[in-house]
Write a protein that binds this ligand. Structure first.
Ligand code: F6P
Length: 532
């Protein structure tokens, strides 16, 4: 049955606009409109967005804004900032904006101001991270901590891993390690490279029930107890927990004073701003973590107050909808021209695809339109030598987000200039293409869209603003698609099925009934696992 959205006036107007724009050529649009570049640029929170190389005209943007208005964007935005339970299927608010609210403004959740408890969390994070970094917090044998290991997965890994990889100076202390996969390789590398007496494990898990994280934490604890044997402080001085489930952390054996709490209304993929950012504060110092918060807060204020037509997250979201739903594209390429942002696509995959990879509307109806695209990407220029062929000559048009950093942070201007030249040239090549008479193989169609987000420099503030920009873009897309971006019921089945399969692999009876392929795999693997 057709949804209200696809039957709506704004949606139908955009379908007509798509037909009207069938012959639109970017090159001609620029040639005939000298002011296009200046009109289609925005600045906010230290970032600039150039969206002039998109397959839109001013009229297209107005029709997209009509859609945002029709979908009550302003109401939804206000509801999020007001702490309403917009995560309707879990009955929770989504208040990641409170986690970085460095202003003195109250943020209410269930009628009370939550800022005092958030400020108390910041204080604990600052005290602990400074104690570890300053050598006040000592290991069980009295030595200072040299290595930090974040054990966590998904939103309990990707955010801290990205921020630390982006901002930590090469060779800086303490050394940060990340263990996410239940595959033992990451843990074995920690065991091989770290001294247990000077290693601190940060077990990060909102639920404190995630199979991979609990397995890794248990193996890490056993390693500590084996290596620092007979020492009653072997766990207390070398293992802390970051969780919304303090009770489960206690059952696991984490001392109560070593638990850093966060709240149910913090979504996992939106949680790096909470105590989940403890590894960030340990790696970079609390000051840098606070600067990250400040940058995100600046973007929050822009999103909260800027008119929708001048609103960076809204513009990115509307363009995402324009391509996904009216150009039938299936992917979005995110190409950061900064090696320090190499992990951004992985963080964005969870943010976008776990938030908006939905096929049922907020009120539970089947939907008849596309939602989240597949997100992929890699740092430029490396991606140019990998998948850009498809971007330029493939049969599918894939919209591109380029991300650039204007200032050279490494004191090697020649390299930085080359990096920026490639960044600018790739957007130009997608736009202009190349006609080669008599050589169709070399023809490049061009007229392919890209947006460019430019950071003045890559520091904690600008990174915070960039990540918040995408969080709000995802939220706006979710509201336009009338879905709930804050739950993730789709990941439950796989986790549940892994239990009986594991039992079957262990040879326990009652591993459940399986299809012939699954059962065949179990039989094949059982024959091999138990040999090893
Ligand atoms: O993938 C499902 C998920 O629940 C993510 O949403 C979450 O970030 C990740 O697993 C880890 O969950 P937790 O922080 O509870 O260990």
């Amino acid at each position: 049955m057709a949804s209200a959205l696809t039957q709506s006036a704004a949606w139908k107007a955009l379908q007509q606009e798509r037909q009207r724009m069938a012959a639109f050529k970017l090159k001609q649009a620029f040639a005939g409109d000298p002011g296009r570049y200046d009109r289609m640029r925005l600045a906010a929170a230290g970032l600039t967005l150039d969206f002039s190389k998109n397959l839109v005209e001013d009229g297209t943007m107005l029709l997209l804004h009509d859609l945002a208005e029709q979908q009550r964007m302003i109401t939804h935005r206000a509801a999020m900032f007001a702490g309403e339970k917009i995560n309707n299927t879990e009955g929770r608010a989504a208040l990641h904006i409170a986690l970085r609210n460095i202003s003195n403004r109250a943020v209410t959740q269930d009628g009370h101001d939550i800022m005092p408890e958030i400020r108390a969390c910041w204080k604990r994070m600052e005290e602990f991270s400074e104690a570890v970094r300053g050598g006040k917090w000592l290991g069980a044998t009295g030595e200072p901590i040299t290595d930090i290991v974040n054990i966590g997965i998904g939103g309990s890994d990707l955010g801290p891993r990205l921020v630390i990889d982006a901002l930590q100076e090469p060779g800086a202390a303490p050394h940060l390690h990340f263990v996410a996969n239940v595959d033992p390789l990451e843990l074995q590398r920690v065991f091989a490279n770290c001294n247990p007496a000077t290693t601190l494990f940060v077990v990060t898990s909102k639920t404190f029930t995630t199979q991979e994280t609990i397995a890794n934490a248990a193996s890490a604890r056993a390693w500590l107890q084996r290596k620092i044997s007979g020492n009653p402080k072997a766990v207390r001085q070398h293992m802390v927990a970051v969780t919304a489930n303090r009770q489960a952390a206690g059952v696991f054996g984490i001392e109560s004073d070593n638990v850093f709490d966060f709240w149910e209304w913090v979504g996992g993929r939106y949680s790096l701003w909470s105590a989940v950012g403890l590894s960030i504060a340990l790696a970079l110092g609390f000051g840098k973590f606070r600067a990250l918060l400040a940058g995100a807060h600046a973007m929050d204020e822009h999103f909260r107050t800027a008119p929708l037509t001048q609103n960076m997250p809204v513009i990115l979201a509307l363009l995402g909808v324009w391509y996904r739903n009216f150009h039938d594209t299936s992917a979005l390429a995110v190409l950061p021209y900064a090696q320090a942002l190499n992990l951004l696509p992985a963080w964005l995959q969870q943010l976008e695809m776990e938030s908006n990879g939905k096929s049922v509307s907020r009120d539970g109806k089947e939907i008849d339109y596309q939602t989240a695209p597949v997100i992929f990407g890699a740092a430029g220029t490396t991606g140019q030598h990998s998948f850009y062929q498809l971007l330029h000559q493939g049969t599918a048009m894939i919209p591109v987000h380029f991300i650039g950093v204007a200032e050279d942070a490494h004191g090697m201007p020649a390299h930085h200039k080359a990096l920026l030249a490639n960044l600018v040239a790739q957007g130009e090549a997608l736009l202009t293409g190349r006609i080669t008479a008599g050589s169709p193989h070399r023809a490049i169609p061009g007229n392919r869209p890209s947006s460019l987000i430019m950071l003045e420099r890559l520091d904690a503030e600008k990174l915070g603003a960039l990540l918040a920009l995408y969080e709000h873009k995802v939220f706006v897309e979710g509201m336009i698609w009338d879905i709930n971006p804050f739950d993730q019921w789709g990941v439950e089945l796989g986790k549940q099925l892994a239990g009986p399969v594991l039992d079957a692999l262990k040879g326990h009876p009652g591993g459940g009934q399986h299809d012939a392929s699954t059962q065949g795999l179990i039989d094949y693997l059982r024959g091999r696992i138990n040999r090893s």
